[in-house]
Design a protein around this ligand. Structure first.
Ligand SMILES: C[S@@+](CC[C@H](N)C(=O)[O-])C[C@H]1O[C@@H](n2cnc3c(N)ncnc32)[C@H](O)[C@@H]1O
Length: 252
């Protein structure tokens, strides 16, 4: 049995740096996960679509008693995800890891879960998908939800400038720095003015010496918040609540 074909592993180059800069984002999301999924029982199932390295999957499992199905296309990220799950009985009992990319993998929801989903999480993922794949993914997630089921989707910021925004030449925004041992890791990002897509760089410094740097141009792009909410609506998802940059959604 072979792993189904998945798109190029865009995280092969930068996946190692991913978790260094996710604490704040996931710290904000935990109360939202608890609100959306905290009442589910152990018979329920929540899908984590684009689970990445599992930095959020672990928090999701901590916020609910439901089983978690974590879907992730990148072998780099999936390796970290599986490694994160394996040593922890509270996770190995409940978290299943699937290789695959949305929307294709979601068409097989029936073989992934018994019955409909009680919830899903789609966090920091949809900007990697083009408009058509995003629409198909949202529609599949909406269609897979049981009545009363809820989803948590991270939202673009209201000020998302989109195409025409300042490009890298106009200045990089330093997002965060982390010190690990003798190294300082720096994450920066900018919007490429020509394409409107996000460019991220990661650097590892030892003192004043740049040990190495890595740029990611896989492209992250989402429409402005108002248009994104319309996309959710067209896919059959109604926003129930917006908390700290994420929407709790229900099937319309
Ligand atoms: C920024 S990471 C976020 C990971 C995780 N959700 C989190 O918030 O920590 C984006 C993840 O989306 C995954 N991804 C990209 N395209 C995808 C697709 N079509 N379907 C599912 N996941 C995808 C990437 O491989 C990567 O692991």
């Amino acid at each position: 049995m072979t792993t189904p074909a998945s798109p190029a592993d865009t995280y092969a180059a930068v996946g190692e740096f991913h978790d260094l800069f996710m604490d704040e984002a996931w710290g904000r999301l935990v109360p939202t996960l608890a609100r959306a999924f905290g009442a589910l029982d152990a018979e329920a199932t929540v899908l984590d679509s684009g689970a990445g390295s599992g930095v959020g999957t672990r928090r999701l499992a901590g916020a609910t008693r439901a089983s978690v199905i974590a879907v992730e296309p990148s072998v780099t990220m999936r390796s970290a995800l599986l490694a994160r799950v394996v040593g922890v009985p509270a996770l190995t009992d409940r978290v299943s890891v699937i290789a695959g990319a949305a929307p294709a993998v979601l068409r097989q929801l029936g073989s992934l879960v018994d019955g409909a989903l009680d919830g899903f999480v789609c966090a920091h993922v949809l900007g990697h998908l083009g408009e058509a794949d995003r629409a198909a993914t949202l529609a599949a997630l909406a269609g897979g939800l049981a009545p009363g089921g809820r989803g948590v989707i991270t939202l673009p910021p209201p000020s998302d400038a989109g195409p025409g925004a300042p490009g890298p030449d106009d200045g990089w925004e330093i997002l965060e720095e982390r010190v690990i041992g003798r190294h300082r890791y720096v994450s920066r990002r900018a919007v490429d003015g020509a394409t409107g897509r996000m460019v991220s760089t990661y650097e590892m410094w030892e003192g004043e010496r740049l040990v190495r740097g890595q740029e990611e141009r896989s492209g992250w792009s989402l429409p402005p918040l108002e248009e994104f909410i319309r996309e959710l609506d067209r896919a059959g998802l109604a926003v129930e609540e917006v908390i700290a940059g994420a929407a709790i959604v229900r099937r319309r």
